[in-house]
Design a protein around this ligand. Structure first.
Ligand code: HEM
Length: 207
C-alpha cells in the first residue's frame, strides 16, 4: 500500500486549508486529463445503455406475473443484492469519510473502492432483475420515485467511475478542489439514492 507524502498529504484534512499551488507533478496530470472525446462517447453510450436497460426492466415489470415460489425466490435475491450492493457502497463511503477526517490517504480509498465496483454494479443489477419479478405497483408515485432513484444511482455510478480514474492519476498528490467537490457531491447523490430506494421499498412492503 503506497504511503502518503507528508509534504503534500492526499487526505481530506488538507481540504480546510488555503489552496496550495500545485507542484509540477500535479500540474502534469491535470493538464493531461482533458476528457478525451473517445472516453466521453463511451460514457454517453454506457449511460444510454443503462437507461435502455432500466426502461426495458420497467416495461417488463408491467407485463410479468410471477408464480408465488418465483416471487419468494425473487425477494430473497432482492435482499441478497441489497446487502451486496449497498454494503459495498457503505464500505467505500465509510473509508471516504475516514479520508476526509485525515485518517486514510486517497490512495487507500481508491485501492479499496476499485474491486468493490463488482458487488456494487452486481447488486444494482440483481435488485433490478429481481424487482421486475416482485410485481411493482408502477402506478404508485412512490414506486415511480424509487425507479427514478435507481436510474439516478446508475448514472451517478458511471460518472463516479470516470472521476475515480481521474483521481487515480494524482497518486499521493492532492487533487484540485473541483474534483474533490465533485467526489463529495457524487457520494451524496449515491447515499440519497440508495437510502431513498431502500426506504421506499421497505415502506411499500409494509402496506
Ligand atoms: C437501489 C435499488 C433498490 C433498493 C435499495 C431496493 C430496496 C428494497 C427493499 C428494502 C424492499 C423491502 C423488502 C421487504 O422488506 O420485503 C424492496 C421491495 C421491493 N422492491 Fe426494491 N429495491 C431496489 C430496486 C428495485 C427495483 C429496480 C424494482 C423494480 C423494478 C424494485 C421492486 C421492488 C418490489 C416490487 C418490492 C416489494 C414491495 C412490496 O412488497 O410491495 N426494487 N426493495
Amino acid at each position: 500500500m503506497p504511503q502518503s507524502d507528508p509534504a503534500v498529504p492526499a487526505h481530506g484534512g488538507e481540504l480546510s486549508h488555503a489552496p496550495v499551488p500545485a507542484p509540477a507533478s500535479v500540474a502534469a496530470p491535470a493538464a493531461a486529463e482533458a476528457p478525451a472525446s473517445g472516453a466521453a462517447v463511451r460514457h454517453g453510450l454506457l449511460c444510454l445503455g443503462l437507461a435502455a436497460f432500466w426502461a426495458a426492466s420497467a416495461w417488463t415489470a408491467a407485463h410479468v406475473r410471477a408464480a408465488p415460489p418465483l416471487h419468494t425466490a425473487a425477494l430473497l435475491v432482492h435482499l441478497v443484492s441489497l446487502v451486496a450492493g449497498f454494503g459495498a457502497v457503505l464500505a467505500v463511503d465509510y473509508v471516504g469519510t475516514l479520508w476526509l477526517l485525515g485518517r486514510r490517504t486517497l490512495c487507500q480509498v481508491l485501492d479499496l473502492a476499485a474491486p468493490l465496483h463488482v458487488p456494487i454494479w452486481g447488486g444494482l443489477a440483481g435488485l433490478t432483475l429481481s424487482g421486475v419479478l416482485l410485481e411493482p405497483h408502477l402506478d404508485s408515485g412512490l414506486t415511480q420515485l424509487k425507479l427514478v432513484l435507481v436510474l439516478l444511482i446508475a448514472l451517478n455510478g458511471v460518472q463516479a467511475g470516470a472521476l475515480q480514474r481521474r483521481l487515480e492519476r494524482y497518486g499521493e498528490q492532492r487533487p484540485p478542489r473541483p474534483l474533490l467537490l465533485r467526489g463529495g457531491l457524487s457520494a451524496l447523490v449515491s447515499q440519497l439514492g440508495w437510502w431513498g430506494a431502500l426506504l421506499i421499498g421497505f415502506y411499500n412492503a409494509q402496506r
